[in-house]
Structures are given as structure tokens and as C-alpha cells.
Design a protein around this ligand. Structure first.
Ligand code: NAP
Ligand code: MG
Length: 492
């Protein structure tokens, strides 16, 4: 740990690392121990302005946008290869910073590699179209990059969720300013070093650290910012949309969820229980698409809950860096307190704790932010634990007797990110998929996604979508060109 204690991560602007205007650095804590293990620069408003300035100049003056997309593709492929060859080191950094088990961080970094490769493949396919119009005229469209795109990322999948929007923006020829969450700034800076090494021109990819309220708002509330992609809480999402609207700048918002998991009596209960455990305890439940509301048919309730409970109780908790650990700490003491507050509220409103509901306080877990995998039953549907995003390892349960009731319960939420259905019946599966008010549905599987498939939320879960080939369109503008091919003489 001694070497790590000395590691500093600074702002990355114009291809250079620097601590920023104020020169302030703060400690970054390991959530498994709450001990500092690195230092990170704290950027301020002036640094945000400097990053926008540098990014805008690089957009105009470098060849990034003007070059053949195939050249950008090559750079992104080189970047993917660099990230892949440093997968273990990046995963370790992510785990130390965020807490999740190494196995999960390795998966995250693998996903980053795949995302870069996928969007590299689209960099030379940002196409226009020709459109038939009357007379001797030729009409076509050009897809142009926007300029400086701003990306504000959360702490739950720090590098993965940053790259999910940065990759298509770069592929389309934009310049980028990324602001990672204050809690988890490290892998973004490490990634920026690789971007430079891979050949991303200086100023095309910049990372600014600092608080959302100061540098985040400064990035969005500026004419140089041409689009904003934000992942995080609904509250901040609305604030960003408000600021962006004043400058008429498009936003993509990926906000939280309160995912229903509906289990029909014909489901494979062993697989369903595993999927449910994964969907709420993976990443200690700190997932926008967490499958956090179990809605189970009354005939299988007892059996399914027994299975889920035994999975919850068998999970090995510990520091994410320790091999074999299945669930790490929550990201911060505040997040742990917030999650336990929801549990207390659920109990106060008449709910019961089937398992968990407390901190894990045995050594060596006592000093970290560990909360046991928790299953709540009999929680009134009006309680905060059922209505709000907890963002922790807490599952609530409800029962149904008929399909319509299950559907009503599933849709009884202000969110609409991912819904899950477990059934062997094709017609139930597909009719449910259609009628769930969600941007994504999985059938007979835990939450899963791929860079080539859209990641979308409806209702309070977001605006726009990420991933998939059309994600690039969010980072381009369409120009229409009409050419009169006539000689000036009227046709007979
Ligand atoms: P948050 O405040 O929404 O933070 C997300 C990102 O936005 C961070 O980079 C943050 O920077 C930045 N930010 C904060 N205020 C901003 C502002 N006024 N203008 C521009 N950027 C701003 O989320 P949080 O406070 O970390 O977590 C609170 C809750 O949000 C969680 O408990 C969870 O329910 C939800 N959440 C959801 C997701 C998701 O994937 N949908 C991810 C994270 C959190 P700083 O880190 O510097 O504040
Ligand atoms: Mg916040």
C-alpha cells in the first residue's frame, strides 16, 4: 500500500496532467477500510473553462474531426488494446477506489474494451443519405460532429459508464470533456493517459476533476459545450437538463431505476433465484438497473424466498481486492448510512427483515462500508423503500395472484429502466415485455447488456439512450444540402 499512498491523479487537459488552478489535492479513500490510498486533484470553475477552451481549439485545429473515420477507428482500437493489456491494473484501481470485487472490476474493464472496439467499428460508418426531391435537384445529408461534448459520470461503474458515452462521441469526431464522480476519479485519469498513448490528439480527450456543483455546472452552463451526457441521480439530471435547455443543447440522461422482477409459477426457480441474487447483490446493489422489487406469484413465494435468502446469506463479504469475495463494501460511509436508513424506514412502516438489514461489523469489515445483503418482506407499497431508488443490496418483495396484478405492481413506479420476467410461457413473456413500462426488458436472465444493444430508460429513468449503432447519432448533427443541377433554363 505504501506506493499507492503516494499516487496522485491530476486533471488531464490538452494532453497534460496538472493539479489545476488552485493546486488543491484531496485524499481518496478505500471503501473497504476508509483509509486513504491515493490523492486526487480538485478542479475549480476556471479549470472547467480551460478544459472547454482547449477542447474547442483541438476540435477546430486538430485533424480528429476532419480525418477519415477509419483513422479514428484505428486509434480507438489501439486504445482498446492498451486498456486490455492493463486490465488487471485498471481493475485493481477501480476496486480500491469503488469497492466492488476484483472479478466485477475485471468484467467492467473488459466491457470498456468491447465498447471501444464496437464504436471503433462505427467510426467510418457515420453516413449521410441522398434524398429524392422534385426536378433537377440533388439533396443529401451530412452527419457532422457536434464539437465539444461533455460527459458527467457516476461512481458505480466509474470507467465503464464514462466510456459508454465517450466512445461514440470520439468515434463521431467530437472532442470530449469528461467529469468523473468525486468519489471515483482515478480510472478516468488512467484512461486519459492511455488515450494519449493510443494517438488521441491532445485536447480531444480531457478529464476534469472537482465537484459536480462547481465544475459540473460550469461545464454544462457554457456556450462551448455542445451536448451533455449525464448518468446519475434524477435530481441532478433535472438540474443539468435545465441548464442545457437555456443554451438549447441536447442532453442524454441515464437516471436511476426501481426494477421489477416478476416471477411466474412456471419459472425455473433455481435459475430465477440466482438471477434475482445477482440482480440485486452484484456491485452491492449500486446499480441503476438493479432488479430491486421482487414480484412473485403467491404459490411459489415461500420456496423462492427461501432460495433467495440462502443466496443472500451465503455471499462472501470482504474487501474487493481479496480473491473469492463476492460482495464488497458500499462506495462511501454516506451511501451505507443512506441504505440503512431505507431499511429502518421500511421496518418502521410495517415491513420485516427476512435477512440482512445491518452493517457487517465483524473484523476486518468493521471499518469499511459493509452492509449485509438484505431481503425485506411485507413492506407497504407506499413506503420509501419500495418507491425510491435505494442503490444498495436491498430487495423488497410483493406477491400477486394474477397476471394483471403483477403488471400493475411492476408498473407502479415513477422509474422505467429495466424489468425482468421469469416464465417458461412464451406468450406471458412477450406480452409482459410489451406492457412493462421500461426501456429494457430481460426474460429469464439477470440484468445483462452489450455495447451493441440499446441501453434505455423511460419515465423517470432517463432521456435518450446509449449503446447500439444509433447511439452515435446523439453525437452528430444532420446537415441537409440541396443542389440545383439545372443550367438555369426551364425544362420544356
Ligand atoms: P449525483 O449527485 O447525481 O452524481 C452523479 C454525477 O453528477 C457526479 O459526477 C457528480 O459529481 C455530478 N454532479 C453532482 N451535482 C451536479 C451538478 N449540480 N451539476 C453537474 N454535475 C453534478 O449522484 P450521487 O450524489 O453520487 O448519488 C446519489 C444517488 O443517485 C445514489 O444514491 C443513487 O440513488 C443515484 N445514482 C444513480 C446512478 C445511476 O447509475 N443511475 C449513479 C450514481 C448515483 P460529484 O461526484 O462531484 O458530486
Ligand atoms: Mg450528489
Amino acid at each position: 500500500m505504501a506506493a499507492e499512498a503516494e499516487t496522485s491523479f491530476d486533471l488531464f487537459i490538452g494532453g497534460k496532467e496538472a493539479p489545476g488552478t488552485r493546486g488543491e489535492r484531496r485524499s481518496v479513500l478505500d471503501p473497504a477500510t476508509n483509509e486513504p490510498f491515493a490523492r486526487a486533484a480538485v478542479g475549480v470553475r476556471e479549470d472547467a473553462h480551460a478544459a472547454l477552451e482547449v477542447a474547442e481549439r483541438a476540435f477546430r485545429e486538430s485533424n480528429w474531426a476532419a480525418d477519415d473515420g477509419a483513422r479514428r477507428a484505428k486509434v480507438l482500437i489501439r486504445l482498446a488494446a492498451l486498456v486490455e493489456s492493463h486490465q488487471d491494473a485498471l481493475a485493481r484501481l477501480e476496486t480500491l477506489n469503488m469497492g466492488k470485487p476484483l472479478r466485477e472490476s475485471r468484467g467492467d474493464i473488459g466491457y470498456v474494451v468491447r465498447t471501444l472496439e464496437y464504436f471503433a467499428g462505427l467510426a467510418d460508418k457515420v453516413e449521410g443519405e441522398t434524398i429524392p426531391v422534385p426536378g433537377a435537384r440533388f439533396d443529401y445529408t451530412i452527419s457532422e460532429p457536434l464539437g465539444v461534448t461533455v460527459h458527467i459520470a457516476p461512481w458505480n461503474y466509474p470507467l465503464l459508464l464514462a466510456v459508454r458515452s465517450v466512445a461514440p462521441a470520439l468515434a463521431a469526431g467530437n472532442s470530449v470533456v469528461l467529469k468523473p464522480a468525486s468519489l471515483t476519479p482515478l480510472t478516468a485519469v488512467a484512461f486519459a493517459r492511455f488515450a494519449k498513448e493510443a494517438g488521441v490528439p491532445d485536447g480531444i480527450f480531457n478529464v476534469i476533476l472537482g465537484s459536480g456543483a462547481e465544475v459540473g455546472e460550469a461545464l454544462v452552463d457554457d456556450d462551448r459545450c455542445r451536448s451533455v451526457t449525464f448518468t446519475g441521480s434524477g435530481e441532478v439530471g433535472s438540474r443539468i437538463a435545465e441548464l442545457a435547455a437555456r443554451r438549447r443543447v441536447p442532453v442524454t440522461l441515464e437516471l436511476g431505476g426501481k426494477g421489477p422482477v416478476v416471477v411466474f409459477p412456471d419459472a425455473d426457480l433455481e435459475r430465477a433465484a440466482k438471477g434475482i441474487g445477482y440482480g440485486i447483490f452484484q456491485n452491492a446493489g449500486q446499480m441503476c438497473w438493479a432488479a430491486s422489487r421482487l414480484i412473485v406469484h403467491e404459490s411459489i413465494r415461500t420456496e423462492l424466498l427461501d432460495r433467495v435468502r440462502s443466496i443472500a446469506e451465503s455471499l462472501k463479504l470482504g474487501p474487493g481486492t481479496m480473491e473469492g469475495v463476492e460482495m464488497g463494501p458500499l462506495v462511501s460511509p454516506d451511501q451505507a448510512a443512506r441504505v440503512l436508513d431505507y431499511v429502518q424506514d421500511a421496518v418502521a412502516s410495517g415491513g420485516r427483515i427476512l435477512t440482512g438489514g445491518t452493517r457487517a461489523s465483524e473484523p476486518p469489515l468493521a471499518s469499511g462500508n459493509f452492509v449485509r445483503p438484505t431481503v425485506l418482506v411485507d413492506v407497504p407499497s407506499s413506503s420509501r423503500a419500495v418507491r425510491e431508488e435505494i442503490f444498495g443490496p436491498v430487495l423488497t418483495t410483493a406477491t400477486f395472484s394474477e397476471l394483471e396484478e403483477a403488471l400493475r405492481l411492476a408498473n407502479d413506479t415513477t422509474y422505467g429502466l429495466l424489468g425482468t420476467v421469469w416464465t417458461r410461457d412464451l406468450s406471458t413473456a412477450h406480452s409482459f415485455a410489451r406492457r412493462l413500462e421500461c426501456g429494457m426488458v430481460v426474460v429469464n436472465e439477470a440484468p445483462i447488456t452489450y455495447p451493441q444493444a440499446p441501453f434505455a430508460g423511460t419515465k423517470g429513468s432517463g432521456v435518450g439512450f446509449e449503446q447500439g449503432r444509433r447511439a452515435v447519432e446523439a453525437y452528430t448533427r444532420r446537415k441537409n444540402v440541396l443542389v440545383n443541377l439545372g443550367t438555369g433554363k426551364r425544362r420544356a
